[in-house]
Design a binder for this molecule. Structure first.
Ligand SMILES: [Mn+2]
Length: 324
């Protein structure tokens, strides 16, 4: 039996202090859904500590309530654990699970189809375009009141995970929720300026590098870019700077599958992939490399060096694209 919102609310009812976390290298959905959930739970009379094992990307620091996010080592004791937007335990980082040790049951709320259901209570809605949308629905179900600050966080969570309400995962319900959030006081022009038109110059320099580097197949149906670590260092790129970078090649009319390779400080290679056609599932492709995600958006970690990882991964993309 899949778990329900009522199962979640029952567990929350019985808790006093809740440890709330989302995935490492947090994106807008990980941050926005966690901050909003923290606000909602506090509104419901709970003590809440919101943690992330990585720092909040600069581009998201404008969000109201962002300063409540702390590192897991400072979390202290809790009697319930809630994880958001995290497909498997490793995504939250070891420090998170150290902090969660002895903190009671784990509620796992997520929208990744690859979620491993590692919680005691699992609420996985893979049709939802963002965890922020599930948090909104949970709040509605519970009768928790959303204030403007929580609404701004949820709007940002949903907007960033849907590519500004453009990806096909965006449903009529998503649009209705966005409308409700605007009714609660979200300033659409202002929040979109802060989310999408406030990049540091170094990010545009990074895009310049990526476009120079772009490799596209002869038939134009798949393309890749790669970001070696020396460029990350030279440009002093920060967490979150590569967010959305893949959209520059994804946006080419003929491109169905787009892939971004990024060298990490530990020498591993982070692979982000996007597909425009469900017949070509990048989720399945990434699963073949120990990663996962959604049909149209997925990721994996590969061993370096980056050129080798790129070649190995793009060979599989070529096979996928020639199969049908
Ligand atoms: Mn998400």
């Amino acid at each position: 039996m899949p778990h329900t919102f009522d199962d979640i609310l029952e567990a929350i009812d019985g808790a006093e202090r809740i440890l709330l976390g989302s995935h490492a290298r947090p994106d807008g959905d990980a941050i926005g859904s966690a901050v909003a959930m923290g606000m909602l739970l506090r509104g419901a009379g709970k003590e809440v500590v919101v943690v992330n094992c990585d720092s909040v990307p600069e581009a998201l620091r404008f969000l109201p309530g962002i300063n409540q996010i702390q590192t897991p080592d400072s979390a202290g004791k809790a009697d319930l654990v809630i994880t958001l937007d995290s497909a498997d335990k490793a995504r939250l980082g070891r420090e998170f699970w150290d902090a969660a040790e002895g903190c009671g049951r784990v509620i796992n709320i997520d929208h990744h189809i690859s979620n491993t259901e590692y919680g005691d209570i699992n609420y996985i809605d893979s049709d939802s375009p963002a965890t922020g949308q599930i948090v909104y629905q949970l709040a509605q179900h519970a009768g928790w009141k959303l204030n403007q600050e929580a609404a701004e966080n949820l709007y940002s969570a949903i907007s960033t995970d849907t590519g500004s309400f453009r990806y096909p995962s965006t449903t009529a319900e998503t649009m209705r929720i966005a409308g409700d959030l605007v009714d609660l006081g979200v300033d659409v022009g202002e929040i979109n300026r802060l989310l999408y038109e406030s990049y540091p110059r170094r990010r545009v320099e990074m895009l310049r590098f990526l476009l120079e580097d772009m490799q596209i197949s002869d038939d134009g149906r798949y393309a890749s870019v790669s970001l070696p670590y020396h460029v990350t260092e030279e440009l002093d790129l920060q967490a979150g700077d590569t967010e959305g970078a893949i959209d520059t090649i994804r946006a080419i009319d003929s491109v169905i599958v787009a892939v971004l390779f990024e060298s990490l400080p530990d020498g591993k290679v982070r692979v982000s992939s996007r597909s425009k056609d469900a017949n070509y599932s990048v989720g399945a492709l990434c699963a073949g490399f120990g990663g996962g995600g959604h049909t149209l958006a997925a990721g994996a970690r590969m061993a370096g060096p980056i050129e080798v990882a790129r070649q190995r991964f793009m060979e599989r993309v070529a096979e996928l694209m020639s199969a049908k």
